[in-house]
Design a protein. Sequence first.
Length: 220
Amino acid sequence: MTVRISPSILAADFANFESELQRIATADLIHVDVMDNHFVPNLTFGLPMVQRLQQVTPKPLDVHLMIDDPDRWAPGYAEAGAYSVTFHAEATADSVGLARRLREIGARAGLAIKPATKVTDYLEILNEFDQILVMTVEPGFGGQSFIESTMPKLAALREVVVANGLDVWLQVDGGIDERTIEIAAGAGADTFVAGSAVFGVESPGMAIATLREHAQNHSH
């Protein structure tokens, strides 16, 4: 199984984004957490910032919208050139309609689910998405502890993906480090968001390589 590492720039030095992006140039994707202070109690970046990052990023942008009313706002991020746009199941009025719109624009469409959200409602329509993001912490802040009770959701998703031969990436985000990436990979994840585990060390490149190795050794 292909393993992808997507470092979260939420843990980067905001004053030096361009050089910080270069420090993680060996990653597969670059994860951008967009928060609106409504859907989650935190405020980060918006569309102008993503448009600017798109101009200087060494790798495709993996945008995670933790915002209200993504039906209205998400297409703008696809239009800005984001490779992947993930919106929350809990915030959208029409997840399938929005996913189709994002794909029409040319982005991969991702659906994120909070730790308490059941995945069963989405197993029948997995083919409408390119990525499912199983949140392994409550969305809103970096540095939280990994919630292991979310793993059965990943296993259920992996089962459906394999049984139907779907090309759907299964992403995890929250509390990912060398230990928890093994647990998540074992449960069926193939795409891993890591913040402080990458940016909080001297060599982010080495951290990315180590995380990738740990995930590959435990993946399906």
